[in-house]
Ligand binder design. Sequence first.
Ligand SMILES: [Zn+2]
Length: 113
Amino acid sequence: MATIVRYRDDKPASVKWPTRIVSPTHASRCCLTRMVALGGLQSETHAHVHYESNQKYTDTVRFQYMRCVTCGFTVKRIVAEEPDAFTFASLRKAFQQPMFSREPAGAYAGRHR
Ligand SMILES: [Zn+2]
């Protein structure tokens, strides 16, 4: 996933929004309470090839940069990842299956033969 954040300890933290952010390499105690959103919600679309069918598909990730106002430590926070068509299909299939059965699997197998 691409990022505009460069983690460096040899340069001071800085923001050249929206192209470059220099952040310390480590979070500090201040970051627990001082993280604020930088810029609005953004999204990235990624192209993939499904591992079983070799079909091409895309998924979209929404994110926002969060930056500590005290030390400048910055992270890319994933807000939401929209499932791709293959994940939707497998979820749909999973939800169509009964979660619990009163009878153990195969209990009726011999009765109707
Ligand atoms: Zn901090």
